[in-house]
Design a protein around this ligand. Structure first.
Ligand SMILES: [Zn+2]
Length: 338
């Protein structure tokens, strides 16, 4: 029943997102060449940290090693007494594609009692994502943002803000396709994963995000779980699903999360920075977490994701890239009479 309901919701959401993508297509602004962090160097030829080869493992396809790039900017120092804050930061070695979130993956029980991980899907999106960023900043806390590739190409500046604020950026496919959809070929499923990653890297001005991935609607086709394992990408399900995309008002988001959390005692919370109600609910929800004695854990990847060159190229066909000129519009177009 849970699965059936999920499928229905997933397709409804997919339609909603597709509709949003079609009807609300701000012209993709040129990626600002001036990213605070230095541009990522080209992937080094030498493997960085060679994953230990398991004796019994079959021959795996060769994928590029993780790129070497400047460390992500740190979160701002917290000057807010009594803020929720970040209790603990964990580093994840994503070799072999570990799974997190007990709704689907039960091997890695790393959270202590009362610990939570905040996760936000489907952004970046105008207004709502910046509101989520503000709420997190006000409480000196952090989360993982699983970005949709298309949305990243619409709003690269917002995704850059997410990264610059020190939050973890993961990916969530190119177009939010349900990868369990039998109409999709294996090549199309891989393209959803890889082009989504290439898009997020492009939006971040060439900086690779974390090899953290969440399947749309938490639909996990086994062959893609294996594929992500070979791509050394961690897979995130959740422990507490806020069902915020169904909520009729912000209070409902808070109620659902707190009720499930008080029952389970800890967990990875799934929300959507794409959703207005979530953005509105977050300040109060974070206060409630603090009052309830919950502590936020930050999750970082040990090494960044490596995009595949063919999908980086494929992406360029979909993005209106700046060609030779990077100049802002007001330096190119001047009103001379009105
Ligand atoms: Zn989603």
């Amino acid at each position: 029943m849970r699965v059936a309901a999920g499928l229905i919701l997933a397709s409804a959401m997919s339609v909603a997102l597709t509709g949003a993508a079609r009807s609300q297509t701000p012209a993709a602004k040129p990626a600002a060449a001036t990213q605070a962090a230095p541009a990522a160097p080209a992937p080094a030829a030498a493997p960085a940290t060679a994953p230990a080869a398991t004796a019994a493992a079959p021959a795996q396809p060769a994928f590029p090693p993780p790129p070497k790039q400047a460390p992500q900017p740190a979160r701002a120092a917290c000057n807010t007494p009594g803020a929720l804050g970040v209790a603990r930061t964990v580093e994840i070695d994503t070799t072999g594609g570990p799974g997190f979130g007990f709704e689907h993956f039960k091997e890695l029980d790393f959270l202590r009692d009362k610990e939570v991980v905040l996760t936000f899907d489907d952004g970046p999106w105008p207004k709502n994502t910046p509101a989520v960023l503000k709420a997190l900043a006000d409480e000196c806390t952090t989360g993982i943002f699983f970005s949709i590739g298309k949305h990243a190409t619409y709003e690269p500046e917002i995704l850059k803000q997410v990264y610059a604020a020190g939050h973890t950026v993961g990916t969530h496919t190119w177009s939010h396709a349900n990868l369990n959809n039998k109409k999709l070929t294996e090549a199309q499923r891989k393209e959803e994963i890889e082009k989504g990653l290439s898009a997020v890297k492009w939006a971040l001005g060439g900086i690779s995000p974390s090899p953290f991935f969440r399947f749309p609607a938490l639909q996990h086709p086994p062959e893609m779980v294996t594929y992500l394992g070979n791509r050394n990408t961690a897979i995130f399900s959740c422990d507490i699903d806020s069902f915020d995309f169904k909520a009729s008002k912000p209070e409902k988001v808070i109620e659902t999360v707190m009720k499930k959390l008080d029952s389970k005692g800890k967990g990875i919370i799934l929300m959507h920075d794409f959703q207005k109600h979530t953005a509105e609910a977050l300040p109060e929800l974070l206060k409630r977490l603090k009052a309830g004695g919950y502590k936020v854990v930050a999750m970082r990847a040990k090494f960044p994701a490596s995009t595949l060159p063919e999908y980086d190229q494929e992406l360029l066909k979909d993005v209106k890239l700046p060609t030779v000129s990077n100049r802002p519009v007001n330096s190119v177009v001047t009103t001379v009479s009105e």
